[in-house]
Ligand binder design. Structure first.
Ligand code: NDP
Ligand code: ZN
Length: 351
């Protein structure tokens, strides 16, 4: 089979590999739709997970099952499926403790294009199929379905980590596809004011559509001042879905005592994160920071699919560029790398 791979840090290309073998609990799928992710860009061009040689990229897919292992109960060849980007081992200790994304070691629930070949191929392997696949609802838009792999669960996880409750005033820092889904999740949770921080116009427009009440442009001045001013004081909760290491400094400064920060952003630079001592209450301000890899799994995919099918969220609105054919994962990934200002998320539909 052919797949689009990271050849080494900074280099990509098409390679030939054997179709993966199917263990007793596993499934082999072929893609129906694929999407490149900012994380693929970090993996290849920032060396975010270290060197990988000839590893097929991609972790966002909707697929069709072509083979299942002897112990798989609920899926069979021909089934169309949602597939989590994170595919934990559900019987691991970490999973039993509620941290399935860290089953096998910190962040090790992230297997596609990390510890094994990813989904940008004619076929790919899914471990623990009964726990990590979900049936694709009939008539579900394939773009929305593909966003359930990663963008929706990650954006929603930021809101879970920040523990957003009804009536909270909330800042969402970063409104790329992930942060936009955090805005949608904050609105569903009943947030009051939602300050969405970004600079691209189409992202700002979509943020307002998804429930943001204010747009804050970080290129137009200090976001701390802007948000403290708009909110007449510190906010209750903050989701970090973009920015850089300085973002925590800013977040602590605009957060009330007892407030919570949920981070889903990948921190790619530097050795330390700076926390401003006085604004953190000299260590006694009860300002919590939780950062997390999204949880994967079937139950979560099914619940998020329900939100799509009942019209409560519209993740297909993230897709600004649509390609056709597996060969077009390459230009789609390059688009993600170059990030033209009209891009939110590309989608590749199979022929
Ligand atoms: P994008 O690059 O599309 O979006 C980043 C957002 O951050 C944009 O709105 C951008 O603004 C904004 N931003 C950039 N610099 C600043 C700044 N200095 N201050 C405030 N805002 C800023 O990324 P994605 O939405 O695709 O992904 C977001 C992050 O989530 C990435 O780091 C990704 O790796 C990570 N991720 C994490 C996962 C997890 O499980 N935890 C899973 C998937 C992704 P604009 O472009 O408008 O100028
Ligand atoms: Zn992703």
């Amino acid at each position: 089979m052919k797949g689009f791979a990271m050849l080494k840090i900074g280099a990509t290309g098409w390679i030939e590999k054997e179709i993966p073998a199917c263990g007793p609990l596993d499934a082999i799928c072929k893609p129906l739709a694929l999407a490149p992710c900012t994380s693929d860009v970090h993996t290849v061009w920032a060396g975010a997970i270290g060197d990988r040689r000839d590893m097929i990229l991609g972790h966002e897919a909707v697929g069709e099952v072509v083979e299942v292992g002897a112990l798989v109960k609920d899926f069979k060849p021909g089934d169309k499926v949602l597939i989590s980007a994170i595919t934990p081992d559900w019987n691991a200790y970490a999973s039993q403790e509620g941290y399935s994304m860290h089953s096998g070691g910190m962040l090790a629930g992230w297997k596609f294009s990390n510890f094994k070949d990813g989904v940008f191929a004619e076929y790919f392997h899914v471990n623990d199929a009964d726990g990590n696949l979900a049936h694709l609802p009939e008539n579900m838009d394939l773009g929305a379905a593909c966003m359930i792999a990663d963008m929706v669960p990650t954006g929603f996880h930021g809101v879970e980590l920040a523990d957003i409750q009804y009536g909270d005033n909330v800042a969402v820092i970063g409104i790329g596809p992930v942060g936009l889904m955090s805005v949608a999740a904050a609105a569903i949770r009943g947030a009051a004011n939602i300050y969405a921080v970004g600079s691209r116009k189409n992202c700002a427009d979509l943020a307002l559509e998804f429930g943001a009440t204010h747009i804050v442009n970080y290129r137009g001045g200090d976001i701390v001042e802007q948000i403290l001013d708009l909110n007449h004081g510190p906010v209750d909760k903050i989701v970090v879905a973009g920015g850089n290491n300085d973002t925590f400094d800013q977040a602590i400064r605009m957060l009330k005592a007892g407030g919570k920060i949920g981070n889903v952003n990948y921190l790619g630079d530097g050795d330390y994160v700076k926390i401003p001592r006085v604004e953190w209450g000299c260590g006694m301000g009860h300002k919590q920071i939780l950062g997390g890899l999204m949880p994967g799994g079937r139950l979560r995919s099914e619940k998020l699919a329900r939100l799509v099918m009942t019209g409560r969220i519209h993740p297909e609105r993230l897709i600004t560029h649509t390609f056709r054919g597996l060969e077009n994962v390459e230009p789609a990934l390059m688009l993600m790398k170059d990030k033209p200002r009209d891009l939110i998320k590309p989608l590749v539909l199979m022929d």
